[in-house]
Design a protein around this ligand. Structure first.
Ligand SMILES: [Zn+2]
Length: 291
């Protein structure tokens, strides 16, 4: 059961969103089993990306198929295993994991038990995410296009310099995914990636969620890395803690209709880059990835 509460959204509604003024209130649903009330299962949805995994700092690791990419996928699976275990030990009853990296980043034989894994090409984005989930984790995320210290920073396309604004606020993939989940009243409870990603998460989603930085960006393709033993320990502990902060985290909601703007760069016939701009209205947050 869910109650929506939209506060007095003045001109500064964005600050309201960040501070949770327009947050939705989720009351845990109950179900009846053999005549007795039992609490609804705590379901967590994890969205993975590859750029923000431990040990990943080159586009060659994320874009091109080959040994570098195969290794990077193994790095992600190690991070994922730590987070699945942490969530389950923290009280999650059910965990779904969605492979959010364009070319795919799962290594099936490295899946740990305690979760189901959604992989493959052409699958609906964030398949199965609905209001039965109590929290969303963004694992291996990256900062938005143009973030100077964001390792492999981009928004949707790293080839075309895509940039997106909603109600005038430039937003990256992190906010897009959080807004999609927010439509269903699901708060983002944990974000992992580099330091810049964690900073962006707090900026958009507030201070209550758990962030775990597995590296510190120097520039687009250089980072201070931390040993995997340490990052995985931090990811496990962070995931356990994330289960405890669920009641404090508010769903991230962008009021509709959304005034949207997109910019990207195309190479013109004379091989010179041309800036393209699209402006319009998104009337349903679930269509945010289609704009
Ligand atoms: Zn991405």
């Amino acid at each position: 059961m869910r109650w929506w509460f939209f506060g007095n959204l003045g001109s500064c509604f964005w600050a309201g969103v960040i501070l949770g003024v327009s947050g939705a209130c989720i009351i845990a649903a109950t179900s009846t089993v053999f005549g007795q009330e039992s609490p609804a299962p705590k379901k967590i949805y994890i969205v993975t990306d590859l750029e923000g995994a431990s040990g990943v700092y080159l586009f060659a690791q994320t874009r091109e198929s080959g040994p570098l990419n195969e290794k990077a996928k193994e790095f992600l699976m190690g991070d994922l295993a730590a987070v699945v275990r942490g969530l389950r030990d923290g009280g999650a009853d059910e965990v779904w994991v969605f492979d959010g990296h364009g070319s795919g980043a799962f290594v099936p034989e490295l899946m740990v038990s305690g979760a189901v894994y959604i992989a493959g090409r052409g699958k609906p984005l964030l398949y199965g995410l609905d209001d039965s989930f109590v929290g969303l984790v963004q694992l291996g995320a990256h900062a938005m296009n143009g973030t100077p210290d964001g390792v492999l920073a981009h928004t949707q396309s790293s080839f075309h310099e895509n940039r997106y604004w909603y109600h005038g606020v430039e937003s990256g993939e992190l906010a897009q995914v959080a807004a999609y989940a927010g439509y269903f009243g699901v708060p983002t409870i944990m974000v992992t990636g580099d330091e810049a990603t964690c900073r962006e998460a707090k900026q958009f989603l507030g201070d209550s969620l758990v962030t775990v930085a597995v590296k510190k960006g120097i520039n687009m393709e250089a980072a201070v890395l931390y040993p995997f033993e340490e990052t995985r320990r931090a990811l496990y502990e962070g995931a356990r803690k994330a289960m405890a902060v669920i009641p404090l985290c508010k769903p991230y909601q962008i009021p509709v209709p959304i005034q949207a703007r997109k910019e990207w760069v195309e190479v013109g016939p004379d091989l010179k880059p041309v800036l393209r701009v699209k402006e319009g209205v998104i009337d349903d947050v679930r269509k945010i990835f289609e704009f």
